[in-house]
Write a protein that binds this ligand. Structure first.
Ligand code: C5P
Length: 398
């Protein structure tokens, strides 16, 4: 590992939690400083069972803060959280990951982790059984979904005579991931507009027409574009999933509101329309709740066409350079996607077969349909589809 000054001037907050591997945080701090970074250590109480405050202070060359209440009078957890350009949790114990997943703020490290807007990298270290426990697995999945990135753990010799993943990645092997966290992404300086989720089209004040879209795919795309450095505006219909980190979210209900929010977000370099927009709305929304009167039978709802947001953006005076649509079909997927490409005037259509469990599910198998041809992607988690698509968007805009 060549040490230059790739981290020159970078401010890294190193959270050291309780693990036998905590002594490696000392070597890590030394490496980060040699690469140009300023490192401040925040050990947890358990971390201080394995390394001393004095050794952390010596190797970081900075005062060490470990007491929430002392820190309140000195620098304060908010200032510390703002100071950090990157929070590195190394080692991250099972307990610390659980605390992070739950958002616990009962010590200085917990407060800083909640208050920071900086990216968070975690390098876990624990017994393989603890790493494999469903509780830890669920905590890690939750943290990943919130944008926490993980370095390791790896397999190798442990303190106990056991094998399996759980060993802390060696400090010099962590360095590339830490440097990458600061590298400008390929979508840096770009504005990407993403639509996501269903729309709700009111029938009367208490009833609406909707669909099964969860917003997972669109939200994943927004998160993936942001992770590549883009400024992202996410226009979302009503969903039950959290906002992606680092993304401007505009919440709407109806297709017409979604169109207005999209137009207000222009100009953009790319628009990715992943929302499941209702094609029709009820022509005249009832002002009062429609009553079930005896002997009246069922009402007939007259429908009206909704605006097509994808087609409108594709023909807009401020048309984004790249416009991507989705085609959720239950039959003849590619043929429909090709027709959609022509009809809507967009550049790519991401086609998927929604006859199975795709809508609302965790995985997706898509085909990328462009004027140049059709590309088949294997079935993979929606987050992975999102990451690949974001990389393709970055290539197309470069
Ligand atoms: O026509 P269809 O609904 O199959 O087209 C799907 C694509 O068009 C998706 O990208 C969807 O987000 C977009 N769309 C839209 N506005 C509509 C209907 C669909 O932007 N009213």
């Amino acid at each position: 590992m060549t040490l230059g000054a790739m981290l020159q001037g970078r401010r890294i907050l190193l959270v050291v939690s309780g693990s036998v591997a905590a002594f490696k945080a000392l070597a890590l701090a030394r490496l980060l400083r040699a690469d140009g970074a300023t490192v401040r250590a925040v050990p947890t109480a358990a971390g201080l069972r394995f390394v001393t405050k004095e050794s952390l202070a010596a190797l970081t060359g900075e005062p060490v803060m470990d007491d929430l209440w002392a820190a309140e009078s000195e620098i304060g957890h908010i200032r510390l959280a703002r100071w950090a350009e990157l929070v590195l949790v190394a080692p991250a114990s099972a307990n610390r990951l659980a605390a992070m997943a739950a958002g616990l703020a009962d010590d200085l490290a917990g407060c800083v982790l909640l208050a920071t807007r900086a990216p968070v990298l975690a390098a876990p270290a624990m017994n393989p059984a603890m790493w494999g426990h469903p509780a830890t697995v669920a905590n890690v999945a939750l943290l990943r979904a919130r944008g926490v990135r993980f370095i390791g753990p790896v397999e190798g010799a442990m303190a106990e005579p056991e094998s399996g993943p759980g060993r802390l990645v060696e400090p010099d092997a962590m360095l590339p991931a830490i440097r990458a966290a600061f590298a400008a992404g390929p979508l840096e300086g770009r504005h990407v507009l993403v639509t996501s989720g269903p729309t709700h089209e009111p029938i009367d004040p208490v009833r609406f027409i909707a669909n099964r879209s969860s917003g997972r795919q669109g939200h994943g795309i927004a998160a993936a574009c942001a992770a590549l450095g883009a400024r992202v505006t996410l226009v979302s219909g009503p969903v039950a999933i959290p906002d992606p980190p680092g993304v401007l979210v505009r919440r709407v209900e109806t297709a017409r509101e979604m169109l207005l929010a999209c137009e207000a977000a222009l100009p953009a370099d790319a628009a990715i329309c992943a929302a499941a927009v209702a094609d029709w709305r009820v022509a005249r929304e009832a002002g009062q709740k429609m009553k079930k009167e005896p002997g009246m039978g069922a009402p007939t709802l007259e429908m009206a066409l909704n605006p097509d947001i994808l087609a409108t953006l594709s023909a807009h005076a401020l048309r984004p350079r790249l416009v991507v649509g989705f085609a959720a079909e239950t039959e003849r997927v590619v043929a429909h996607a090709q027709a959609k490409l022509a009809r809507k005037g967009c550049d790519w259509v991401v086609a998927n077969d929604v006859s199975g469990d795709v809508m609302g599910g965790a995985e997706n198998a898509v085909q990328i349909v462009t004027a140049g041809g059709v590309e088949d992607w294997p079935r993979m988690p929606k987050e992975e589809v999102a990451a690949r698509l974001a990389r393709r968007v970055a290539e197309a805009l470069s």
